[in-house]
Design a protein around this ligand. Structure first.
Ligand code: SAM
Length: 204
């Protein structure tokens, strides 16, 4: 998104989020983009999910937004980083939420539950394989959101301009979103919010 528009949107919607942003910056903890958080909160008011899964909950900033949805009855939150997960758990003591220090793929391989909403904010190089498992864990009305699919905006750039360290990831993410774009079983769209939100639902 063009930076002046992003700044304008943030001035409209994210005034109250300044504290959490500066805490995360100061401590070098990755958190969801605040506009992404507000969008997720908005879309979940429409979706009204009961059972949610978050892969990569970190210290729980995205959880703050997701939990604004009153219909949620069960929320499974995963993170491979023990310290962040503990911080998240301390902040969100709530009997609806289950916290697991487990890899998202391992969880999806072993768990056979269906989810109304899945938010994936974990390691980008595993998105394709993660999606392979997620497909089996959603139903007709479910919504899946993958965060950061535009790779800091590199996905919209000429391949010659991509720094070497991002080339593999660039190719993997590009292949992932293209494959989904032409998969007739799913509808998907990328919103240029934050680092790119890929929103997916079943066609039928
Ligand atoms: C961008 S941060 C998440 C931020 C969080 N959603 C928030 O807004 O506070 C990404 C998190 O994903 C976790 N992670 C990375 N790979 C993972 C995996 N395979 N399974 C579960 N968590 C993973 C990292 O430990 C990190 O805390």
């Amino acid at each position: 998104m063009q930076s002046h528009i992003e700044n304008y949107l943030k001035s409209l919607y994210c005034e109250q989020d300044k504290e959490v942003i500066s805490f995360a910056r100061l401590n070098k903890i990755p958190i969801v983009d605040v506009l992404t958080g507000h969008f997720i909160s908005f879309i979940l008011q429409i979706l009204k999910p009961k059972v949610c899964l978050e892969i990569g909950c970190g210290i729980g900033v995205s959880m703050d937004y997701i939990l604004q949805t009153p219909t949620i009855e069960r929320y499974i939150a995963l993170d491979t980083n023990k310290a962040r997960l503990k911080k998240c758990e301390n902040k969100h003591k709530n009997e609806k939420i289950e916290f697991y220090n487990i890899d998202g793929e391992a969880f999806l391989r072993e768990n056979h539950e269906k989810f109304d909403f899945i938010f994936v904010d974990s390691i980008k190089s595993r998105y394709t394989i993660m999606w392979h498992y997620i497909k089996k864990r959603i139903c007709k009305e479910s919504l899946v959101i993958f965060d950061d699919v535009l790779l800091y905006g590199f996905l919209g750039q000429e391949i010659t301009l991509i720094p070497d360290k991002y080339l593999n990831l660039y190719e993997e993410l590009d292949a992932f979103v293209r494959e989904l774009r032409y998969d007739t079983k799913y509808q998907s769209f990328i919103l240029p919010i934050g680092n790119g939100l890929l929103v997916i639902k079943n066609v039928y």
